[in-house]
Design a protein around this ligand. Sequence first.
Ligand SMILES: [Mg+2]
Length: 306
Amino acid sequence: MAESGTSLRDKIIEALEYTNNPNVHIRDLDALEKKISILKSSPNLSEDLLVISDFDYTLSKYFLPSGERSPTAYRILLGSKLLSEEVNKRDEELSNHYYPLELSSSINEEEKHKVCSEWWSQGNQLIISTKVNRDLIAKIVETSGLTLREGIGELMHIINSCNVSCLVFSAGLDYIIKVALKENKLLTPNVKVISNEMVWDDEGTISQMQGPVLTSYNKNYNILSNYPDVAKEFDPKKFVILLGDSPGDSNMANGMPNLQETLRIGFLNIKVEEKLENFKTLFDIVFTNDMPLLLFIKLLKLILSS
Ligand SMILES: [Mg+2]
């Protein structure tokens, strides 16, 4: 149906600069239009909607202005020069051993989950061994070079001011992510962070890592059974807009009990030629080459506008 003289499809195309932006990819424009139309026709969208976003390389940028890769939440901590050289060295050893296995095309998803669980478990042991104090984390994040994706401030402001709930769902480290969001004034009450959980003793020293080891291969809604308070709040949600940069992120809403529709937004930052076709089957819209959030923000405004 035409809205103010312009069809919904035209508005989607305009918001996404679909016809003239080489970094915007859509597998099926009809299917996308249908999903957006379903979301827009919900009478209580802000109440029924949950935005689920990955953190590393989705809310953060992939590339630093220098051209180097931005640090992940784990790397922010374990690669920090504010910890001992031995910790940095052990972290590098783990990465050199496990990262090629994670990237390998000769092992399947299940084996990759095993590889990553092993890697993360050893990383978690290393974190506990650092006896890092919570007070030091702010400094560690501040000096890490972490760069958030352009537009994140506006995005989180829109989500908050429209009373939409947001789950930052990450295979990284919860406290690092919370500090990074807080330092940028983005940790508003509508935002919950679920990630590998760092537990602190009375002196504020890391004492253990709690909960299931979360990797990109088991990061789906079923994990929320370990977080009953968050699950209670999000279980009734009917619609999800999901943002992620790895294939596994497309499953983040899987297992939500009342889910009716999921709009999936993918960020394909590297190896575009090799991975684009697969990403287009997993995500409704794919933004390539470390794109800012601005076009997604335009689409979100269109979805949330009456
Ligand atoms: Mg990621």
